[in-house]
Design a protein around this ligand. Structure first.
Ligand SMILES: Nc1ncnc2c1ncn2[C@@H]1O[C@H](COP(=O)(O)OP(=O)(O)O)[C@@H](O)[C@H]1O
Ligand SMILES: [Mg+2]
Length: 255
């Protein structure tokens, strides 16, 4: 929402963020801001640089140039473990779900990994209780509160994606980076994820990359359109839908 946008300080901003691979400029001077309580979708055709952008925000790859500020602190080029510790959580398309462990154990392990990074000062007994509570909260939030004892490998594809998001949430991220969370989901599961993401966006700054335009326009509060590495346009879904340049370059018959 444009009004909420102006009112809240951004959680994360990029300034002229750039990444080259040899002679190719995958991401070119991208400046954007992610706000608490806002679901920010980044769209653009294949090869536009969306995943490369996320990889820089999560610490997977180093920017060639430009800045990333997390709550005002310069973090460009920091490695993944540090980004995680500082509160940037990323859900992967195929994360390390342990299929033979229970749903709860998977989330507890994820929470434990982040606690270690943060050098959680709790005594061991307290820490264990804290981790279990974190795991349960995260599972509740993604709608898996009823299946905590199931083996992760027995969950449906969609439920496994929900579990991956719970594993990311267990680390208490400020920023949630989601790269194509709907991939491979059926309509019913997509519907479930839509309401889940809307809920999560109230408490986190969410960056979502997604191909499914019906989904994107239904959930996004703010959109950035990328093409050939650069930002083509940004604005509310309504403004993006009406943007002639975007329509011509990308949306085609979709708008
Ligand atoms: N590790 C890499 N090495 C070389 N080129 C890459 C690498 N990663 C991405 N690219 C190139 O950067 C461009 C942007 O890719 P990507 O960020 O994956 O786009 P998107 O996610 O929008 O489809 C593409 O031309 C891609 O081939
Ligand atoms: Mg991609």
């Amino acid at each position: 929402m444009a009004e909420a946008r102006a009112a809240s300080a951004p959680v994360l901003t990029t300034h002229e963020l750039t990444r080259r691979f040899g002679g190719l400029i995958a991401v070119s001077n991208v400046s954007l801001s992610l706000h608490q309580g806002e679901l920010h979708a980044v769209i653009g055709p294949n090869g536009a640089g969306k995943t490369t952008l996320v990889n820089m925000l999560s610490g997977q790859i180093r920017p060639t140039a430009g800045r990333i500020a997390l709550e005002g602190r310069e973090v460009a080029g920091e490695p993944v473990w540090r980004m995680t510790r500082l509160g940037v959580g990323r859900s992967f398309q195929r994360t390390n779900i342990f299929p033979s462990l229970s749903v709860e154990e998977n989330v507890r392990l994820a929470a434990q990994a982040v606690c270690k990074l943060r050098r959680n000062p709790f005594k061991p007994a307290r820490r264990e209780a804290d981790l279990i509570e974190k795991a349960h909260n995260a599972l509740q939030r993604v709608g898996l509160g009823g299946v905590t004892t199931r083996l992760a490998g027995t969950l449906s594809h969609g439920e496994q994606r929900q579990l991956e998001i719970a594993m990311t949430l267990a680390g208490d991220p400020k920023v949630l980076l989601l790269d194509e969370p709907l991939a491979g989901m059926g309509p019913e599961e997509s519907q479930r994820l839509t309401s889940l993401l809307k809920g999560l966006a109230r408490e986190h700054a969410v960056l979502l990359i997604e191909h499914d335009m019906d989904f994107v326009f239904a959930v996004a509060d703010w959109m950035t359109v990328m093409a050939e590495g650069a930002v083509l346009a940004e604005g509310t879904p309504a403004a993006i839908r009406a943007n002639a340049v975007v329509q011509e370059a990308y949306l085609g018959g979709h708008a």
